[in-house]
Design a protein around this ligand. Structure first.
Ligand code: ATP
Length: 238
């Protein structure tokens, strides 16, 4: 079964221009799908539709087999947004416990502290988030997802801004989610990360899917994801 199934999703903010135009794509269980596209291509609009943050206008979205607005669907997925907004007035311990309560689970404090240590934030677990750097906030978002371990984790450029050591660990941890049969939709323009990690890549432009294929096939055909994107952007068919 697919953890995320999007069929013919169309969305317009204005009623005239379509930010998404009949987009269909899926994320298979136990896979990592890379999600790319130029600024304004519709990536955030699609993710906001998936998480019911924008009311869908036409098409259908299911998460773990349930329509995306239902409690079952919401319980099955976690969204790491591109910004670093977290409740400033909570400590990470309180924030992670709150995320646990959202999902009806008790956060394993030992596992949380261990992730904090491994992401080079030892000793900061009980500090207020208002004193965290940008990178620490991004890593805290990631720790929340790694603790929640939902069927579908959607990462909207959350990894931008974390250092190379944390990135290395993040890649390992995301591969670990996949090994457990969980899935990840990873929105990033970090081509090497996608080539290492993504089983499949979806590339969006002007609200439509341009490429949707296994990463290996795209790399074989174009030489690299970077080449694929630069050739496409520079082409006359656009
Ligand atoms: N609130 C809004 N009102 C009107 N148009 C919007 C709104 N939000 C986004 N758009 C338009 O919808 C289109 C898709 O935007 P979206 O933010 O989904 O793109 P994106 O691929 O996430 O871009 P980026 O890489 O810059 O984050 C763009 O043309 C954008 O201008």
């Amino acid at each position: 079964m697919n953890d995320l199934e999007i069929t013919d999703l169309t969305y317009s903010y204005t009623g005239t221009v379509r930010s998404l135009d009949r987009v269909s794509m899926s994320v298979e269980a136990g896979s990592i799908v890379g999600f790319m596209g130029p600024n304004g291509s519709g990536k955030s609009t699609l993710i906001k539709n998936v998480f019911d943050l924008l009311r869908s206008q036409s098409g259908s979205i299911t998460i773990n087999g349930s329509p995306h607005g239902t409690p079952d669907a919401k319980d099955s997925a976690i969204y790491l947004s591109s910004n670093d907004y977290l409740p400033e007035f909570l400590t990470a311990a309180e924030y992670l416990a709150m995320i646990g309560r959202f999902y009806g689970m008790t956060v394993d404090e030992g596992a949380a502290r261990d992730l904090f240590r491994r992401f080079s934030m030892e000793g900061r677990y009980d500090d207020l988030i208002e004193d965290y750097s940008h990178g620490m906030r991004k890593k805290t978002q990631l720790v929340a997802a790694l603790l929640a371990r939902r069927r579908l984790t959607v990462i909207d450029e959350t990894l931008n801004g974390i250092d190379i050591e944390a990135m290395h660990l993040a890649e390992k941890e995301l591969a670990g989610l996949r090994d457990e049969g969980l899935s990840v939709l990873l929105c990033t323009h970090d081509f090497p990360v996608l080539e290492r990690l993504a089983d499949r890549v979806v590339f969006l432009d002007y609200g439509s899917v341009v490429y949707d294929a296994p990463t290996g096939e795209l790399v074989e055909e174009h030489g690299s994801l970077e080449r694929m994107v630069y050739d496409y952007i520079g082409s006359d068919d656009r």
